[in-house]
Design a protein. Structure first.
Length: 106
């Protein structure tokens, strides 16, 4: 198999990437072992180029053929879309209060 490269997208987790390129989320540890910029399952980030061994599984071929990038994570601070007011303007705390320029309780 040939070495390939993929660039991580915003909100894409390493688990997403492992499923996308290997067809198996347990291969997340293979991604970490093969890429010096990855030290743990949380070290992926948008724009990071990740090396992987090309697979010819039907699921990985389906993703490739249909240009599907698996993205299941939440945006990190600063990457969220402004149209998503919940993530763009404040945050929810466990006390039931919304925190930004004003605070209210349910």
């Amino acid at each position: 198999m040939a070495k390939k490269y993929v660039t991580m997208r915003s909100s894409q987790t390493l688990f997403d990437l492992a499923l996308q390129v290997y067809g198996d989320i347990t291969q997340v540890f293979t991604l970490i072992a093969d890429n010096p910029d990855l030290s743990n399952v949380h070290s992926g980030r948008a724009g990071l180029v990740v090396e992987y061994e090309e697979q010819t599984l039907s699921i990985t071929e389906f993703y490739k053929k249909n240009s599907i990038d698996l993205v299941s994570g939440f945006p990190t601070i600063g990457e969220e879309a402004l149209g998503n007011w919940i993530l763009a303007t404040g945050f929810w705390v466990d006390t039931g209060a919304w925190i930004d320029t004003e605070t209210w309780n349910d």
